[in-house]
Structure formats: structure tokens, C-alpha cells
Ligand binder design. Structure first.
Ligand SMILES: [Zn+2]
Length: 141
């Protein structure tokens, strides 16, 4: 008989093994990630390891994604109207400055955010650039 816990622990030391179960023909690992979420993943799929695989296997996807979003964007947005329906689906995000906007979850997760904030940032950058050019022109004349 295989020791699933040992097999699991050898592969991922950052996750806490809870149990291994069989459903139909498939074996699943039940484990806890460092954020405290419970995951259930088919043992054959377990060894493919990017973050998306952790998302696929977590039971409470919405809370898991929210937790992840808060670590990516800190305190910039609120998620009262956010509903997780899929990685490629759009959901409502609330910018503290500009209010609600819609964005793909996958896009928001990699750091994209409020377009109005981006425009504001660009405006500030343009003003700085214009001032720099002005100073430069004065220096050379
Ligand atoms: Zn904004």
C-alpha cells in the first residue's frame, strides 16, 4: 500500500496534507494551502503546480480569489459586488476613487485595475514630462 502522505509531502512542503480519498476511479488529495483554504485535487493533476492549478482545486474559489486579489492590490479596491463565476469571466470591482468597473478576473489578478486611475496617472506623468521639457528648453536657450 502506498503512503500518500509521504508522496504528497515529498512534492509540496508548503501545503498541509489532510487526506487522500477515492471517488469512482479517481484518487483525490485533500489539502490545506498556506492561506488556510481547503483544496481538493485529482492526484494525477496534483503534480502540475502553477497557481491556476491551486485555484482549480480549491473548494471555495471566490474567497480564495478575493484573498489573492487583496494581496495583489492591497487596499486599493473593494469587492462588495464581486462575484467569482470563472477565471475568464468579468466581475464588478469597486475603485475607492472612481467607483464600480468591470474587469476579467484573470486580468485583475495579474495587476490590472481601474482605467480611470491609469488615466490620472498618465495625466500626472504628462504634466511632469511637460515640466521637464520646459526646464530643458530653458537650460539650452
Ligand atoms: Zn480608479
Amino acid at each position: 500500500m502506498k503512503n500518500w502522505k509521504e508522496k504528497f509531502d515529498n512534492f509540496r512542503t508548503d501545503l498541509e496534507f489532510l487526506e487522500s480519498i477515492v471517488e469512482g476511479k479517481a484518487r483525490f488529495f485533500i489539502f490545506k494551502c498556506p492561506s488556510g483554504f481547503i483544496h481538493k485535487r485529482r492526484s494525477s493533476a496534483f503534480y502540475k503546480n502553477p497557481w491556476i492549478a491551486d485555484l482549480n482545486s480549491v473548494i471555495d474559489k471566490e474567497s480564495y480569489v478575493l484573498n489573492r486579489l487583496k494581496s495583489v492590490h492591497k487596499d486599493k479596491y473593494t469587492y462588495d459586488r464581486f462575484r467569482y463565476t470563472g477565471y475568464q469571466d468579468k466581475s464588478t470591482i469597486t475603485c475607492r476613487l472612481h467607483g464600480d468597473f468591470e474587469q476579467m478576473v484573470s486580468s485583475h489578478l495579474i495587476g490590472n485595475g481601474c482605467k480611470k486611475c491609469l488615466t490620472d496617472d498618465n495625466k500626472v506623468r504628462n504634466v511632469i514630462r511637460a515640466k521637464e521639457k520646459f526646464i530643458l528648453r530653458q537650460d539650452t536657450s
